[in-house]
Design a protein around this ligand. Structure first.
Ligand code: FAD
Length: 390
């Protein structure tokens, strides 16, 4: 006998219900061919984030894969990363006809477009049942059965997998339903915040906004972490890969930016060149900093020892960001379902039998470079290996 709520026009009985149709859900659905699986996705189609990721080419994973690249309890992340690492993922994709290409040193991207990955996952999971344009509202459990209430019906399930992602990019479907479900079942949520996102600035750094469009290779130090890469001046503040990575570690307070990492000051005082040509920064950036430092754009040979000292401040420019660009621009959500309450080998809740969490909804957040997709895949594989044997 199944419980049916009379106010719902349809009743369906499925063994496994997956909440969300993102990358983690698609992988999980692909790996459970013999099971009766229903995926509920509020958008009209799955994998919205896959399509926009990596500039439309989807940075799938990274050759340098390690738990150190995640803000998370490493002992929780490691079993899944070891059970299905970047090589396993690349091989799994290759066997299905997708061979990502390596770019920017160690990052794997789709050759032409993110669509290649989405199509593959859709093909692999095609035997499962997908409900689109349907929003999960709540989940409850009575005895051994789960009841998943959507805006269209009530679904019953033996197991429920919450793969609903984080709060980032609400326009692509993000919602807090995963956290609500977790809390309802007694789970703790580690405070969430936008991450892999740009910083807004306070008035002392408003001059950054006038540099909009310029970029520089920098080293950012934040909370004991070092983030090297490009910084992009934007009209709202600063962005770019180094800043996005830094945002993962920033909560509040000051960060330090080295605007001239590795630059040798040795011959500066002998140079006949103007400072704005001498320093390896875009001219307008150097000029703006000189103005802020109350220095003139003179030839290197004419600067005094004291002026040189002030100039060297560009190696450790400290300031407190005002905040971030927020969830609407953040690639991921830091924080989430507390992983100490989830089994690291199966992704099952330690509090509620049959309830699972995979992907970004968990308190696992990777740096820029394909780490978040790898986590979505690896956690789905751990979950699938367990569910597949039920
Ligand atoms: C612009 C952008 C670029 C990115 N680029 C990269 C990249 O190149 N490499 C990388 O590793 N990571 C990247 N990321 C991060 C990556 O997309 C996520 O970490 C990853 O998609 C998380 O997978 P997931 O399956 O856990 O959640 P998601 O992919 O977010 O999927 C969750 C799904 O749940 C659905 N959902 C939410 N609430 C409900 C509800 N109530 N009912 C039904 N469905 C619901 C959502 O519509 C969504 O489809 C990027 C993110 C963004 C926003």
């Amino acid at each position: 006998m199944h419980y049916v709520c009379s106010s719902y026009n349809t009743f369906m009985n499925e063994q496994i219900v997956i909440i969300g149709g993102g990358v983690s859900a698609l992988m999980l659905a692909s790996l459970l061919p013999g099971k009766s699986v229903t995926v509920v996705e509020k958008n009209a189609a799955p994998g919205a984030k896959i399509l926009v990721s990596g500039g439309g080419k989807c940075n799938i994973t990274n050759a340098l894969m390690d738990a150190d690249f995640f803000v998370a309890d490493k002992s929780f992340v490691e079993p899944s990363l070891k059970a299905f690492d970047e090589k396993d993922l690349l091989q799994w994709l290759k066997r299905r006809g997708l061979e990502p290409v390596i770019r920017k040193g160690s990052q794997y991207f789709c050759k032409e477009s993110s669509r290649e990955l989405l199509s593959l996952l859709q093909k692999e999971s095609r035997k499962q049942h997908f409900l689109y344009n349907e929003t999960v509202l709540s989940v409850s459990k009575r005895e051994t059965h789960f009841y998943v209430k959507t805006d269209k019906r009530m679904l019953t399930a033996d197991a429920v997998v919450v793969a609903s992602g984080g709060l980032s990019f609400p326009r692509l479907g993000a919602s807090g339903i995963g956290y609500e479900i977790a809390e309802k079942f007694g789970h703790s949520i580690v405070r969430t915040a936008p991450a892999l996102v740009g910083f807004t600035v306070q008035k002392e750094q408003f001059f950054f906004k006038e540099l909009s469009g310029a970029s520089a290779d920098v080293l950012i130090k934040v909370n004991g972490q070092r983030c090297r890469g490009s910084l992009l001046f934007a009209h709202k503040g600063i962005s770019g890969p180094a800043v996005l990575d830094a945002s993962l570690y920033w909560e509040r307070g000051k960060i330090e930016i080295d605007f001239l990492p590795g630059f040798s000051w040795k011959n500066v005082c002998k140079s006949p060149k103007q400072l704005s040509s001498l320093l390896p920064l875009p001219k307008r950036v150097t000029k703006a900093f000189l103005l802020q430092l109350k220095l003139q754009d003179k030839t290197g040979s004419k600067i005094t020892d004291n002026e040189l000292l002030v100039l060297k401040g560009l190696n450790h420019y400290r300031f407190a960001p005002a905040g971030t660009f927020g969830y609407s621009r953040a690639e991921v959500t830091r924080g989430g379902v507390d992983t100490s309450e989830v089994d690291s080998r199966t992704m099952m809740s330690k509090k509620v039998e049959g309830l699972f969490f995979t992907g970004e909804v968990l308190d696992v957040t990777g740096r820029l470079g394909g780490y978040n997709f790898q986590w979505a895949f690896s956690s789905a594989v751990s979950c699938a290996r367990f569910l597949g044997h039920l």
